[in-house]
Ligand binder design. Structure first.
Ligand code: GAL
Length: 672
């Protein structure tokens, strides 16, 4: 298989020359400008179906061949997308089964994109024919680097074909025994028992939405079915071009698909990043740390390899509530952040703005102005130069010693559970907060899922692990028994994989033993309610949103509530097991006190917490010989940091300290 390792850091983006085939001058200009901007890769073919096959069976590949050849003659690689992200009109006309049905049972009309039925045999066949031809024609092209399956696979389809597949999927899952399903989904409640699998409908918006097990299983099925569809594309390409790796672009923490499942089928993980920079509700640092978390989610799925930033925007997108321009230096800093977090590419949507239609005002390297001296072009060019200086970093890895457990099944189950305060559940934000606070302490965290091995980590934070799948509790206990430090919070271990509550005390499935306590109640606080935790060192933390009434059997009490009916009762505990410890925090704490607790745990876990100056982010990538320390300063003042080695961006040497200017970054290389 092509080793992306030899390709350095990739720089480029989505390119749609098919929109400009009648403007050879523009196509020639594109290549000139790409070279000027230091572009070494473009993604072709996304949404190009109606040009590649304007009528069924009539293939027009010459333009693509010509462009790929010319790009390659100029040293620019191609990531070739299969065009299945949008359907040509003839396809929907001839094969209406390819049209999606929505959750209200309405068949969609032709149009827009990302809306095929993943079950449709006709659609799969048409895609297979297309992919076969693309692989046959371009599989040996020297410029071809990577296959890009479709684009941002997503959504779900409720059509009769999908319903049938869902029923077959359930039948297999529950061993053909409908009573197993009835028990797992607790269908006696409200008289919801099924007699046959073919009675089970998806959770239509105007139908059965009240069975938590059904809702969760539908989400799992949607992932399974979309992955199955994606695999059908992958199989065709792997069969014909086994040397070309495959990817598909993920969308941040997209809630509709469990990316962990899809990731298993891909050679390379890639994603599209569009943070709301410079907004008016949080600091730039906070915006960037959310993005760092997203990068870490991708890294966590990358099986020890770098991932790719497939899309980001030069300038502004056209779909945020406020499409604010990236301020000077932001673009370069965001690019540096991607590489710092473990990406081996910085790519854009899009190279050139389309002249008309839906995304005509979406940011691009080349504007309608068509000039190569715009602010955005010049900053892209500078980014290209920066990536060139960082070439040797490619293929090095970020190797965190701590982890935050973030799980799709769990987020789905929490989202759907009826109880607590709906809007304050904030599972994703809670995981991000853990990640950010650890980052502020100078501790890099990996984002892991419930099935991942925890062996490499001295500390694992598993906030709000409401759903415990088969074996999860055992794995956590095993981790602590082997010397790991585990932190759990309120709302841990309430339900099993089908969302049935554990009996005999939360956290269930044996975790009451591990933590030496059980949770008797969970209380939701109004925003105006006040409660606090007093720690054994006399420090006080503020409680927000949730507090549990804990009964401690055999754990050390580190903090107690100060108010209300839980006054004096335990809030934070620790139970030693061998050399490891199971920590529990039964309340949502304010950031400062949670950070204090994390610092204490990190120290005990042997992780040297080395707090960073405010507004500064740090990551370390390493290869066999070198350690590359990245610093990014999002603040408006210079920041003094600990650093030694050569700054790859300036060539300057650092002995022990360095100053990072505002809105700037540095990368220090030091031999190991
Ligand atoms: C992505 C998509 C691109 C483009 C971009 C706009 O989600 O893959 O095709 O639409 O958004 O920001």
């Amino acid at each position: 298989m092509i080793d992306l390792k030899n390709k350095g850091l990739l720089h480029g983006g989505d390119y749609n020359p098919e929109q400009w085939l009648d403007r050879p001058d523009i196509l020639a200009e594109d290549i000139r400008m790409m070279k000027k901007a230091g572009v070494n890769v473009v993604t072709l073919g996304v949404f190009s179906w109606s040009v590649l096959e304007p009528r069924e069976g009539e293939y027009h590949f010459d333009w693509l061949q010509d462009i790929m050849d010319r790009l390659w003659e100029n040293g620019i690689h191609t990531i070739l997308a299969t065009p299945s992200g949008a359907k040509p009109v003839w396809l929907d006309e001839t094969y209406p089964e390819a049209l999606r049905m929505d959750e209200w049972g309405r068949v969609r009309h032709h149009g827009v994109r990302h809306n095929h039925c993943p079950s449709s045999p006709a659609y799969r066949k048409k895609v297979e024919e297309m992919d076969t031809r693309l692989a046959e024609q371009f599989g040996n092209h020297p410029g071809l680097l990577l296959w890009h399956i479709s684009n941002e696979l997503g959504g779900s389809c409720y059509c009769p074909l999908c319903q049938k597949r869902f029923q077959t999927y359930l039948e297999k899952k529950f061993d053909g025994d409908i009573e197993k399903l009835n028990h797992a989904w607790w269908t006696t409640f409200w008289s919801h028992q099924y007699q046959r699998f073919d009675q089970v409908e998806p959770p239509f918006a105007n139908g059965e939405t009240s069975i938590m097990g059904l809702n969760l299983e539908w989400k799992r099925f949607t992932t399974w079915n979309m992955t199955d569809y994606m695999k059908s594309e992958i199989q065709t390409l792997r069969r014909l071009t086994p040397k070309i790796p495959v990817t598909t672009n993920f969308m941040k923490l997209y809630p509709g698909l469990d990316y962990r499942m899809m990731a298993k089928e891909l050679d390379v993980i890639s994603w599209d990043s569009y943070p709301r920079y410079h907004n008016d509700y949080e600091s730039l640092y906070d915006t960037c740390m959310e993005n760092a978390f997203d990068h870490a989610v991708m890294r966590g799925m990358s099986k020890g390899r770098p991932f790719l930033l497939m899309e980001s925007v030069p300038g502004a997108v056209n779909w945020h509530a406020f499409n604010k321009m990236k301020r000077p230096r932001m673009h370069k800093l965001a690019a540096l952040q991607a590489v710092a977090c473990g990406s081996d590419s910085v790519q854009y949507f899009q190279w050139r703005k389309s002249r008309g239609s839906f995304e005509q005002y979406h940011g691009a390297v080349v504007d309608h102005l068509g000039r190569d001296d715009t602010r955005i072009f010049l900053e892209t060019q500078e980014t290209g130069e920066m990536l060139k200086k960082l070439e040797r970093v490619s293929h090095s890895l970020v190797k965190p010693k701590a982890a935050v457990l973030f799980d799709w099944d769990n987020r789905w189950a929490i989202q759907d559970m009826k109880g607590l305060s709906q809007e304050k559940k904030q599972y994703e934000q809670t995981c991000m907060t853990m990640y950010r606070l650890l980052a502020e302490l100078g501790v890099e965290a990996e984002i892991v899922s419930r099935d991942d091995s925890l062996e490499a980590y001295a500390f694992v934070a598993a906030p709000m692990l409401y759903l415990l799948g088969d074996g999860t509790a055992g794995r956590l206990a095993d981790y602590v028994d082997k010397g790991g430090h585990l932190l759990a919070t309120y709302l841990t271990g309430y339900v099993d994989k089908d969302t049935l509550c554990w009996l005999g005390g939360f956290p269930g499935d044996g975790l009451t033993e591990l933590f030496g306590l059980y949770s008797e109640e969970i209380d939701s606080l109004y925003p105006g309610d006040k409660n606090y935790v007093k720690f054994d060192d006399e420090s006080i933390g503020e409680v927000r949103d949730f507090a549990e009434l804990l009964r401690v059997k055999d754990a050390e009490i580190l903090g107690t509530f100060t108010e209300d009916y839980i006054k004096g009762l335990p809030a934070v505990t620790r139970k030693q097991r061998g050399t490891g410890a199971a920590w529990y925090v039964g309340a949502r704490l304010d950031d400062a006190s949670l950070k204090g607790l994390l610092e204490k745990i990190c120290r005990e876990a042997g992780l040297s917490a080395d707090p960073l100056p405010s507004n500064v982010e740090r990551h370390v990538r390493e290869d066999d010989r070198f350690r590359y320390t990245f610093y990014l300063n999002y603040g408006s003042a210079p920041a003094a940091v600990k650093a030694s080695g050569t700054n790859l961006l300036t060539g300057a040497q650092a002995e022990a300290k360095a100053v990072i200017p505002p809105m700037d970054g540095a990368v220090f290389a030091k031999s190991i």
